[in-house]
Design a protein around this ligand. Sequence first.
Ligand code: WT7
Length: 643
Amino acid sequence: MQITSLEQYHNEYQKSLENPEAFWGDIAKQFTWKQKWTKTLEWNFEEPKVKWFIDGKFNITENAIDRHLPAKANKTAFIWEPNSVDAEHRIITYQNLHDEVCKLANTLKSLGIKKGDRVCIYMPMIPEAVFAMLACARIGAVHSVVFAGFSASALSGRIQDSDCKIVLTTDGAYRGVKDIPIKAVVDEALEVCLSVKNVLVYKHTNTPITLQDGRDLIWQDVVSKAANTCEPELMDSEDVLFILYTSGSTGKPKGVVHTCGGYMVYTCYTFQNVFQMDSSVSSLPEGEMPKAERELFWCTADVGWITGHSYIAYGPLLAGASAVLFEGVPTFPDAGRFWRVIDKYKVTHFYTAPTAIRALEAAGLDFVKPYKLDSLKVLGSVGEPINEEAWHWYNKNIGKEKCPIVDTWWQTETGGILISALAGVTPTKPSFATLPMPGIQPLLVDEKGNEILGNNVEGNLCIKFPWPSMIRTTYGDHDRCKKEYFSTYPGLYFTGDGCRRDENGFYRITGRVDDVMNISGHRIGTAEVESAINAHADVVESAVVGYPHDIKGQGIYAYVIVPSTTKDHETLKKEIIAEVNKIIGPIAKPDKIQIVSGLPKTRSGKIMRRILRKVAEGDVSNLGDTSTLLDPTVVDEIVKGKL
Ligand code: WT7
């Protein structure tokens, strides 16, 4: 399954174009199926309908865990590095993983959770969060992981949208110096969630909590009593594996639905090929620290995002690899934490986001110098465009110019990496995601949807053929899936990204072309932030745009209209930020708020965001054509207010 030369990459790519079904069927054969699929693919992008490995029956956890036990029972699945440098790390072997997942799966069953039921996971980065995802998959329940930094109101919205029956959480979560009482957030969220019958609370920080009688249970009490074997539920390839909420250009976040078969095949295949790990190496006795000759993967994402799903939980386990699971933040206790952890465990493959790289670069080389970093073989980047400066810093100071950097482009909806170099196998180029994975057929289109052929061109990035782990629907609203991704350019999957193809056919993602912002690699819709701001009683209307930010990639700039009688603006700005924290969470709080008396609108009432973006960027010299505006003087006032 692993491509090892450039020539082989081209051959495989060609094969995948000529006969996609034979290509993916060949890869899928390598997993354990209880019943083989009868047909590899059925699809049309009009409805849209995409089905892979039709009638195949299996369980993903059997492939991610049980399949490895004969040879790798004592191999490390995860090394957990806690938030505090003084706390003990934990080693979870594949056998431990099996036992813990089964125990939790049995517990969920005993609480009445059945195949198809939705389970909300709202947890910090501890091994139990991964056990929780896999326990759901074991019994065929659908997990919906919600990043534990989201507010009670964001959490309740997600629980309600998919009618979750149970919430798995912890008493508290450590994040750097903070100790966040997340059970209290769950309690608040559940005041409006009638579908939830139980809350299972893992005691982690020993923060005091209140338990609601008949609803709340302490994880340690019940799970310890459960049996450590659990027959995996037989799942169909197209049964839902999980829902993950993500922001779109309009309205509330939508639940992206992924199914079992295609997701399994694609995340494993891309993990193996992009990172090129040798996961076959010897197993370790239980409890022992990894040895230098072993390969160890570390993806710094949170399991609350798709990166954590595909390249912490599923991909590495399906490939039988060992990985680090990190609870903390890159700057605690200081900006050397990542490098310290790499040396401590001898991490070989390191995968992080440009925003973290830029923040650590800004902290200075003094935080890098104490560490050897000589175990590293491959570096990865994900989540947003990596600027050339950050690329070179990463390459020079972390990779010591001997580690290929894979800049992996993909999305929540794509399930796995679509465009990336294969480490050490295909060429890299700073700030370019480079070449499509085998099976991926990207194309660039102009505004009208015409394909832009040839090289040295730029356009909107679409994909013309299905791949196994692509989005199947948006939960409870298939029409939304169609509108968001398959209607802008009929017959194509539209990514929402702009993209350049250089003279060699390498792809460089230039950023979103819709009203979605990318703040520190987190996707946030302008509409979501606007609606949170508008919830403040003194706000008449608001418009939000992204603007270039040195560390975050993009920052959030909010233009807010308030009545002229309003109290002092500084207090009001603080209140607006608090409102956004409450409705969405700290990741969505505006970096800059400008109070204005009007917004540039066309005669039909549409806000001209192009102008607002330019002003936010500080580029007011050429605002383009403003003649279609209802009231062009609004623009002068906004520009003056900015200066
Ligand atoms: C959006 C998807 C994919 C996991 C994390 C984000 C941007 C992602 C890259 C990259 C340039 C990138 C795109 C995309 N993006 N990776 N390597 N280079 N841009 O997942 O939250 O679904 O966001 O992130 O704009 O559309 P997500």
